[in-house]
Design a protein around this ligand. Sequence first.
Ligand SMILES: Nc1ncnc2c1ncn2[C@@H]1O[C@H](COP(=O)(O)OP(=O)(O)OP(=O)(O)O)[C@@H](O)[C@H]1O
Ligand SMILES: [Mg+2]
Length: 380
Amino acid sequence: MATIVVVDDNATNRALLVRVLERDGHRVVEAANGAEALGLIWVEQPDLVLTDVLMPRVDGYALDRALRSWSRTADLPLIFHTATYTSDEVRELAGTHPHRRVLPKPSDLDAITAMVRRLLEGAAGEAPGEPEPDGDNRGHLDLLNAKLLQKVRELELADRERQQLLASVVRAQEEERERIANDIHDDPVQAMTAVAMRLELLGPPTDDPRGRQRHEKLLATVRHAISRLRHLLFELHPAALETDGLAAAIGSYLERLVEDTSLSFVVEDELGREPTTELRAILYRVVQEAVTNVAKHARATTIRVRLREQDGGYLAIVEDDGEGFVVEQVETPPSGHLGLTAMRQRAQLAGGWWQVESEPGSGTTVRTWVPAAAFSERAG
Ligand SMILES: Nc1ncnc2c1ncn2[C@@H]1O[C@H](COP(=O)(O)OP(=O)(O)OP(=O)(O)O)[C@@H](O)[C@H]1O
Ligand SMILES: [Mg+2]
């Protein structure tokens, strides 16, 4: 049976603690303040002291200092039972001594008896200042909270940096595409156009029917190559995205896409304002990928693209009435099929989401949402 000195200037608190600790099998001696406690401790030689902090005359701090200064009581386990603590005080109280603990007031009775038992049992083996491993030490909680807060701040900072980095990746990618598009326009397209003009100037050989045929075919091939290159230019850098806005650029892309097919399309633009340059690029690329899939796989008759503002961001919906597919089957697509993955990643890049809904026989719907504020902290 352990002897415990309970120190509290409030008689009700004291009575409660006495009852609880006695019920837990301890012998309990009461003191109404630090001075009284010192005399009792000298006589009783207790195994543990449970003390209030704020008391008249000799308070908990003073009691602690006095006990530490005597060799007989220096290692006496002591619990500060207190409603008033700050992190600094707690660190000072509990952090500098292996047998000091802080218990918040009020705390539930089980927490009190558990801490008393633990301190009685294991005090000697613990490292100085090591906080209680469980959550009943409020000082420990304060320290944890401070650390947690610091961690959250660090994470917020890292997230801002990540956003800035991603914004510059999106911008760099679009700039690179624009550069390549300009190069293709200025070099191969110009060269091919010159070839076409020369061929026309040259004209077909008048006296050789097979030569005339060859000339015609050559001219057609060159014109086709120019048209393909212009298409590539458009894919790489839709100038309309900057000049005419998202909906217009998507419209132009769809016009080219459905050329020579039986597909028809509608673009429903409900945007009140244009998204930022980065978001426009992301939404454009996702829609481009989705409508290309429709043309490639769906055997649809109509593509419907809807652009609207929702939940503080932009929502793009691409819907087709084609044959659909089993989404689960392409969730881990075979290598080389990157479209769906690329769409999802682009949306996530902006802190948004992407989802595809499809069923064999009932078409496919792709939804992409990005927050309007994405990348708003622009990198230098
Ligand atoms: N709108 C659609 N209608 C029908 N099937 C679709 C549609 N979109 C995607 N799919 C199916 O999902 C598969 C995966 O699409 P994904 O875009 O990832 O790859 P891909 O189009 O085959 O190749 P990539 O886009 O890399 O050129 C497609 O092969 C196709 O079977
Ligand atoms: Mg695809």
